[in-house]
Design a protein around this ligand. Structure first.
Ligand SMILES: [Fe+2]
Ligand SMILES: [Fe+2]
Length: 208
């Protein structure tokens, strides 16, 4: 998995370490995150593309589920999930509308579930597989509105987001890039050449 290792070599700034690693306060980590990632992508995203406002009510239940029992803080927690959701909507949008080939429900649910089964804030490469397996336990509750095809898309997106560079499926690949565009929070600048989608590569190239 050379491409994955390449990601972890790309340090935007030696000071931009996760706070767990250096014991930074929340405030200083947020400042680093803003400087390395937040303003850069937010500026590009909202000046060039108007993203649709989708109903909050659609993701309330899955967000509450993801938060229930979450003990790992913000690096892979709620603020990350919210940015992954926003990135996913951005990557799925053209001319202010969701692209037809994208299942936006899967993209939004991925944002709140893909890191749910992490056991630490380090590489924990198996957390994608654990998240995919966990989906079966909520198939008849949180995911009861999912068709078999939607469940399969979400399952594959979670399972492979830690190990696959791209799949060729537009929805799954948007999930991958929505997550990768948030790597700035741990001091990694996403490499446009290693993104799964054209749109992801475009926005990765805008992050400085
Ligand atoms: Fe993950
Ligand atoms: Fe993630």
């Amino acid at each position: 998995m050379k491409w994955l290792n390449d990601f972890f070599k790309k340090k935007a700034d030696p000071k931009a370490e996760p706070r767990e690693r250096k014991g930074h306060s929340l405030e200083s980590f947020v400042d680093v995150q803003e400087r390395v990632y937040g303003r850069a992508l937010a500026g590009v995203a909202f000046s060039e593309q108007q993203i649709p406002r989708l109903p909050e009510s659609d993701i309330l239940e899955v967000r509450d589920f993801a938060l229930n029992g979450w003990m790992l803080g913000e690096t892979h927690g709620l603020p990350h999930w919210q940015r992954v959701e926003r990135n996913g909507i951005l990557l799925s949008t053209v001319d202010g509308r969701i692209r037809e080939e994208i299942n936006i429900k899967v993209v939004r649910f991925f944002a709140y579930l893909h890191d749910k089964c992490r056991i630490d804030n380090w590489k924990d490469i198996e957390h994608g597989v654990r998240a995919a397996d966990m989906l079966l336990t909520i198939k008849d509750t949180i995911l009861k509105g999912f068709t078999d095809e939607e469940f399969s898309l979400l399952e594959r997106a979670c399972r492979f987001h830690t190990t696959a560079r791209r799949t060729g499926n537009p929805t799954i690949d948007v999930c991958f890039d929505a997550d990768r565009l948030d790597l700035g929070r741990v001091g990694i600048v996403p490499n446009p050449k290693l993104m799964a989608t054209e749109q992801g590569a475009y926005y990765a190239a805008k992050i400085h």
